[in-house]
Design a protein around this ligand. Structure first.
Ligand code: BDP
Length: 587
């Protein structure tokens, strides 16, 4: 899906700002169908998570529907074009209404969707209403569970238990825009370039017309011209995209419609190749070692709401600390973050929101129910295909994206795991023209003996917390066991690179201890140091992603002290001792 950009044939109108908002109680959404006016609406910023804007647990932890509303104006000029309404993300389900008519709906909280609303709007003021639902259950990604709880003398309460370790922030969390495009317009572009200067393009069109393409270099100089909906080209003296010199080119596409109208769009991309051979990951033919983090889109007050200030700050901190990569744990991040990483040369493992696919395990013990029941209990397979398809369609042209992650910590040791994931891995490979490596990030229950998916992965990415959730306080022992396990994976898959996708210890910023006890900043350093020594002793280890970049909000439970404190930076992005340690190690 193309990012909405202003070009010489397209206009973009910003619908962000302060909308009207209301939490709906069960049954209340019926009012929408009757087109009645909602009372008691309160101001709500868009984009943002709704949760931390007003006080009260009842507000933050609301389960179910909520309503967003605003007016927008359509001018007579706008109606000469097609009008598309695009949401960067609405978590987790959305119904979009205009002037009392249902325009469409969307499931999945972390990817964009759009509707052509040309025939629904009229000149002048129009009313836009978005009904949002934040429930996670065994049909959604991420997965969760709905449960009714009753205490003596109290009314029954509906609880939504996330099967994942991050707060279930929701609402209209990424930008909303209205944009125009000619009746015959460019619907999608696929483009990628190789090391030898050759490149490939494919353009999808809504309507009819003729396609002309130009390749523009960093200085907007035309270096190639061609035509056709699909084609190949080649340029001389190509500048490759890499982490040091993230050089971007633009494919400028012109569609001349049957009616003589022109649509114009420029898509950025890079010339670069990712390859796996002999247990190593190669970028443009050179081995690359991934240093970085599992992250979250998370910040105070905004929650998971889009925040360009935090995005730029985070990339600046990645550079400061000497990291070259991160994983979009545990959902696809905003388009704008990926664009920033293209520009700054940060490598991304792009992950679908498939987390919590385990009925018997969560890191925090929040759920933990039927062992061995995952693949018969969850009803996510179809939706999983959909989000994987949507993510690859949205992100395929980003040079920063180097690996697709199909899930985080699923029940990959249970019967049925291989059958569930094999078609998904195949789908990712089919959809991606670049054939990027595909992986599944696995957890401790999925060890060299029990794992049922290792052979499906091009690179093994494993999460381990030895020295934290087990073998507490004994880093030497933990490191010895870690090494033994990594050797086990290498024996099983001798040709595959292996990296740690998560490893880390909670540290409360400012808590110090001479003996380096758990939760102190000293222990966090000792933990990372011990893991680092193991990685350095094993030649097939191809990367280290510390959990987590920054402290982040989670649901309440005894293992979380006002959120997850495994951040190397605090939630406000101040460094802990571990940040200085990693900076030395990585630089
Ligand atoms: C892993 C999960 C991650 C958690 C982490 C932790 O992948 O989402 O936040 O553990 O426990 O199991 O900190």
């Amino acid at each position: 899906m193309l990012y909405p950009k202003m070009t010489k044939s397209r206009m973009v109108f910003d619908l962000n700002g302060v909308w009207d908002f209301k939490l709906l109680q069960q049954g209340e959404k019926g009012i929408l169908e009757q087109n009645q006016i909602f009372k008691d609406m309160i101001p709500m910023p868009v984009p943002s998570s709704y949760n931390d804007i007003y006080e009260g647990r009842k507000f933050s932890d609301h389960v179910g529907d909520m309503l967003y509303q605003r007016n927008f104006v359509v001018t007579s000029q706008m109606l000469y074009h097609r009008l598309l309404l695009r949401f960067g993300s609405v978590t987790h389900k959305a119904e979009v209404w205009i002037n009392g008519t249902l325009v469409g709906d969307h499931k999945g909280g972390f990817l964009p969707f759009q509707f052509d609303i040309t025939d629904i709007v009229s000149e002048g003021v129009n009313q836009l209403t978005v009904l949002v639902n934040n429930i996670v259950d065994n049909t959604t990604l991420p997965a969760g569970r709905l449960e009714y709880q009753r205490f003596p003398g109290m009314e029954e309460e509906l609880l939504n238990l996330p099967n994942f370790d991050f707060y279930n922030y929701s609402g209209i969390m990424r930008p909303v825009v209205l944009y125009t495009a000619p009746k015959n317009h460019v619907d999608d572009i696929s483009v990628y370039g190789k090391q030898d200067g050759s490149f490939f393009w494919a353009v999808k069109v809504k309507g009819q017309g003729k396609i002309d393409v130009k390749l523009l270099d960093q200085k907007y100089k035309e270096v190639f011209a061609g035509e056709g909906n699909e084609g190949n080209g080649r340029i001389d003296s190509v500048c490759l995209w890499d982490t040091e010199h993230p050089v971007l080119y633009r494919l400028a596409v012109t569609l001349t419609g049957e009616d003589g109208t022109i649509d114009y769009y420029e898509e950025e991309f890079g010339f670069r190749e990712i390859e796996i051979r002999d247990c190593r990951l190669y970028l443009n033919g050179k081995p690359i070692y991934l240093k970085g983090f599992g992250k979250h889109e998370d910040s105070p007050i905004h929650g998971r709401g889009f925040d360009m200030v935090y995005n730029v700050k985070d990339v600046a901190l990645l550079k400061w600390i000497g990291a070259n990569s991160f994983r979009t744990s545990h959902y696809p991040y905003s388009d704008e973050m990926l664009q920033l990483c293209d520009r700054e040369g940060i490598l991304i493992i792009d992950e679908v929101p498939a987390v919590g696919l385990h009925t018997g395990f969560t890191a925090t013990g929040l759920l933990g129910g039927t062992p061995n029941g995952t693949w018969t209990t969850l009803k996510t397979a179809e939706h999983h295909r959909q989000v994987l398809r949507d993510m690859i369609e949205r992100d395929k042209n980003h040079p920063s994206v180097i690996i697709w992650s199909v899930a985080n910590e699923p029940a990959s040791e249970e019967d049925g795991a291989k059958e569930y994931f094999e078609p998904l891995v195949k789908l990712a490979k089919e959809l991606d023209e670049q054939k990027r490596p595909v992986t599944l990030v696995t957890y401790k229950g999925s060890n060299p003996t029990t794992c049922k998916v290792a052979e499906l992965c091009d690179i093994l990415i494993i999460n381990r917390y030895k020295g934290w959730y087990e073998i507490e306080g004994n880093m030497r022992g933990a490191a010895a066991l870690l090494k033994e396990e990594l050797e086990g994976f290498h024996m099983r898959c001798p040709d595959k690179p292996i990296m740690l996708g998560e490893y880390g210890a909670d540290a409360i910023a400012g808590l110090h201890d001479l003996n380096g006890r758990m939760f102190s900043e000293e222990y966090q350093v000792e933990f990372l140091e011990a893991y680092g020594e193991v990685f350095d002793s094993l030649p097939y280890i191809t990367g280290e992603h510390v959990w987590n970049f920054a402290d982040f909000a989670t649901a309440e439970n005894v293992k979380r002290v006002n959120g997850n404190k495994k951040g190397v930076f605090t939630r406000e992005r101040n460094p802990k001792m571990a940040a200085h340690f990693l900076r030395q190690r990585w630089k």
